[in-house]
Design a protein around this ligand. Structure first.
Ligand SMILES: [Zn+2]
Length: 104
């Protein structure tokens, strides 16, 4: 099983039409900077209930962070009575910061 949420960036390409956000339908193109989006995707393999199914949801920045907020809330509920500290919730899912060139 592979599942992931990714943030991506494409270079401007006038050969392809504007790709809308899969959730709200707005353009993911940032004028002058190409498309910028987050991706929720999975490829379920042998043994999974959804074996052989692939998913990909491309989201604009707003929808990506709304999704992340939902997941953060779910995580909070699951760990409500646990021992895990909750004080680093704000950076849930973030694996880099100040990484402008995808080099970490
Ligand atoms: Zn959206």
């Amino acid at each position: 099983m592979r599942s992931q949420i990714l943030a991506g960036m494409d270079v401007p390409d006038n050969r392809h039409p504007d790709v809308p956000c899969d959730v709200c339908g707005t353009s993911m193109r940032v004028p002058g900077y190409g498309e910028q989006f987050g991706v929720l995707q999975a490829h379920w393999g042998y043994g999974a209930r959804h074996d052989g199914e692939r998913y990909r949801v491309r989201m604009c920045e707003t929808c990506f962070f709304m999704t992340l907020a939902y997941l953060r809330q779910e995580r909070r509920i699951h760990h409500l009575f646990g021992e895990a500290p909750q004080h680093e919730d704000y950076k849930f899912g973030r694996i880099a910061r100040d990484d402008y060139w995808l080099d970490s």
